[in-house]
Ligand binder design. Structure first.
Ligand code: FES
Length: 112
């Protein structure tokens, strides 16, 4: 098991998202974090539809209402809390979730 500091909690807007490149088990990975108050959800930055990055505008991963994660390419909608696709060309698929936790003022990735 390895732990890596991803970012400061304040690098993610309180009800928003941000993208990062981090190292997981020795490999560089593009990920993004969605924050909902005192909860942070981290996913690989890959759409299960075409394996493309989720953000067309860097760092923007939510739909206009802020209710779902949105792929900027074909607008697939994913639940923030578990990454399940509820609408779009990859409906029924899920984003790849990464274990993360908030410790004090920082966000850590816990890789197993
Ligand atoms: S590449 Fe994400 S919905 Fe098509």
């Amino acid at each position: 098991m390895s732990e890596t500091r991803l970012c400061a909690l304040n690098d993610i807007p309180a009800e928003g998202t941000n993208g990062f490149v981090t190292e997981i088990n020795g490999q560089a990975k593009a990920v993004f974090a969605a924050r909902q108050g005192d909860q942070v959800y981290v996913y690989e930055n890959v759409c299960p539809h075409l394996d493309t990055p989720m953000d067309v505008i860097p760092g923007e991963f939510l739909n206009d209402d802020g209710t779902h994660i949105e792929c900027g390419t074909h607008l697939a909608q994913f639940r923030i809390a578990d990454g399940y696709c509820t609408e779009g060309p990859c409906e029924g698929d899920s984003l790849i979730k990464i274990n993360a936790e908030i410790r004090g003022e920082d966000v850590y990735i816990i890789a197993t």
